[in-house]
Design a protein around this ligand. Structure first.
Ligand code: FDA
Length: 390
């Protein structure tokens, strides 16, 4: 079989690319259905972009790399596409846009767009090997049923994503092929992932959530934190995990919107006889106050605490220091940090500088977004950029 472009991976980036690449396009995926991560994303409603998406919301060895694609195919372009397909959406919080009904609408939209552009989708089809010759590439396709087939293509697009959630078929395929063609791959690690702590330290708090300000690696996020049986999750922790490294502490402000010192001092003037933990439980989850009572020696009435002691307690609660033992890893991570080094790629076309015809898009590239629709926006923008260039 001979095609112009072979796109490997029918996920967010691959389908977007297929919708814009001209000529004969073959889109293959080893999964049974396209866009499986889109389907499960955003609790089944797909947080498909963010109103505020911009280069500052991405981590990369080269923070400038994402600028070109993001500015040429923006969140507004994707919103226009969603509206063209009559998909109702809403902003949930912090600029995060979700489908009103189902993430499946986004998968159906992209499948239709790719088909309308003439792309041929082959599911349950892996790729064994890719070789480069004088006129392009030759790949061996391995369908789940039937014989292996050879396909020749002028262009090959690596759109197989990162390593997160191997149970859903995530592989390091793109990294292996990149290395085969001499493209460097930066260190990869699980990101947007819950933290773990030894001895199920917060098991007694499992299910408790509160708004916090979390700081690690010099970056701060104001979002919700959730205690789980295994450790800490919720948006604030997932965001922090992308900036955290083993051995680093996490600083958590448990009351970002209210100065506990001012509040408790004012309460002490009128209700000095009230119990300290009862008063704290009025502004923090009671279970959390109970959990912290022994380590922070939260005993006595408000009147028992002089200003210095009150300040000491409040400082501990505004800058709670924790040392995670690790993260839940790729098993539950929403994304992979790191990937194919942007130095090897054109930021305008996503084509490998030294391997004409080889493109890399989406999560496989060393560009990782924050939580909140940014990773899909990168998939759309980078997929579009490659599609335009092809
Ligand atoms: P993606 O992973 O989408 O697609 C890769 C495709 O390649 C898959 O279809 C896979 O089957 C295929 N493949 C892999 N190896 C292959 C091989 N060897 N041969 C053939 N095919 C192969 N982001 C966001 O912006 N908003 C959100 O709401 C969420 N929610 C979310 C929830 C969960 C649970 C996860 C795990 C992730 C998210 N994300 C997210 C992140 C988002 O899903 C992710 O960044 C994009 O899907 C990346 O798009 P890609 O197309 O690069 O990879």
């Amino acid at each position: 079989m001979e095609v112009d472009t072979l796109i490997i991976g029918a996920g967010a980036a691959g389908m977007m690319c297929a919708a814009h690449a001209g000529g004969r396009t073959l889109l293959v995926d080893h999964a049974k259905k396209p866009g499986e991560k889109i389907r499960i994303s955003g609790g089944g409603r797909c947080n498909f972009t963010n109103l505020h998406a911009g280069p500052a919301n991405f981590l990369s060895g080269n923070p400038h790399f994402c600028k070109s694609a993001l500015s040429r195919y923006t969140q507004w372009d994707f919103i226009a596409l969603v509206e063209k397909h009559g998909i109702a959406w809403h902003e949930k919080t912090l600029g995060q846009l979700f489908c009103d009904d189902s993430a499946k609408q986004i998968v159906a939209m992209l499948t239709r767009e790719a088909a309308a552009a003439g792309a041929d989708l082959h599911l349950e089809t892996g790729v064994d090997a890719i070789e480069r010759g004088p006129d392009g590439f030759t790949a061996t396709l391995t369908p789940a049923r039937g014989k292996k087939r050879r396909v020749s293509a002028r262009n090959v697009v690596l759109a197989t994503g990162g390593k997160s959630i191997p149970a859903m078929g995530a592989t390091g395929f793109a990294y292996d092929i990149a290395r085969q063609f001499g493209l460097p791959v930066t260190e990869t690690r699980a990101a947007l992932v819950p933290f773990t702590f030894p001895e199920k330290r917060f098991a007694d708090l499992s299910g408790t959530a509160l708004p916090v300000r979390a700081t690690t690696g010099g970056t701060t996020f104001d979002e919700a934190m959730l205690f789980t049986h295994r450790g800490l999750s919720g948006p604030a922790m997932l965001q922090a995990s992308s900036y955290w490294r083993e051995g680093q502490p996490l600083a958590i402000d448990l009351s970002p919107g209210l100065s506990l010192f001012d509040h408790l001092r004012a309460r002490r003037q009128v209700h000095g006889g009230r119990n300290l933990t009862t008063e704290l439980s009025a502004v923090l989850p009671a279970k959390l106050v109970h959990h912290l009572a022994a380590p922070l020696a939260l005993t006595g009435n408000l009147a028992d605490q002089n200003d210095a002691r009150l300040a000491e307690i409040c400082d501990s609660l505004h800058a709670w220091q924790l040392l995670p033992s690790g993260t839940e890893g790729y098993r539950t991570a929403e994304v992979t940090l790191g990937g194919i080094d942007t130095a090897a790629l054109s930021s305008r076309t996503m084509e490998a500088r030294d391997v004409p015809g080889l493109y890399v898009i989406g999560e496989a590239v060393d560009v990782t977004g924050w939580l909140g629709g940014y990773n899909f926006q990168w998939a759309w923008s980078s997929g579009w950029a490659a599609g335009q260039a092809i």
